[in-house]
Design a protein around this ligand. Sequence first.
Ligand code: 13P
Length: 287
Amino acid sequence: MLVSAKEMLTKAKAGKYAVGQFNINNLEWTKAILQTAQELNSPVILGVSEGAGKYMCGYKTVVGMVNGMLEELNITVPVALHLDHGSFEGAKACINAGFSSIMFDGSHYPIEENIDKTTQLVHACNILGLSLEAEVGSIGGEEDGVVGAGECADPDECKMVADLGVTMLAAGIGNIHGKYPDNWAGLSFETLEAIQAKTGDMPLVLHGGTGIPEDMIKKAISLGVAKINVNTECQLSFQEATRKYIEEGKDQQGKGFDPRKLLAPGAEAIKATVKEKMELFGSVGKA
Ligand code: 13P
């Protein structure tokens, strides 16, 4: 059964580790992530962007697929199905479809409007027992056509939004989605420390987990980050393994064209990436 992310993140924050959010794109992705979480006895959050939701034939299809897998694969570790960077409408649609966790990204609105919309969703999620992630200070890079500037969030605004009763808070600290450019300045730990000082027990969320050096990840966790989002890195692992399979001509040997064979190396590569991240984040054995 899907669970809210509240309990797993409260435990992670208290235990100084982070739970990974891995974004899903299709059946292979979902299966690979769930199997790895189960094998490592780790809690996990499956992230679904609005674009990926559309690609997978809508939120109801995603909920049906994930619930089916939890049962058929005998998944017993805590799993949250989470809308990633949701709009207000997208959030409502996912609540209705049966997601167990929602992110409302109001970071591009003026703070008053972000607060107003987030407040409405806090009420809805509380009634239904869902976890809610809010965002302050937009995360840079491009995701589903939305380009953020990679801001550092204002700690006072973070406190205002945390006090609304959200479950977890994503705050920009110089992180961006996708690969980091060579001239990236790194995470702003000064900002993170200031946010952590104002928001106390609130689990903080680090977006753009792909390509952040290990020491920065560890330091971020030590400063209150309890959820780390990873998307691009699984895509790159899948791409690299699939390219290798084709370049070695394996798709042309025997039944190598069968999608169950063709997509297998990519799925194995996703598993390896997820394992590496869970070990780095410290969530192994914490289910
Ligand atoms: P990356 O694609 O950079 O790993 O970011 C993922 C993310 O933050 C999803 O919200």
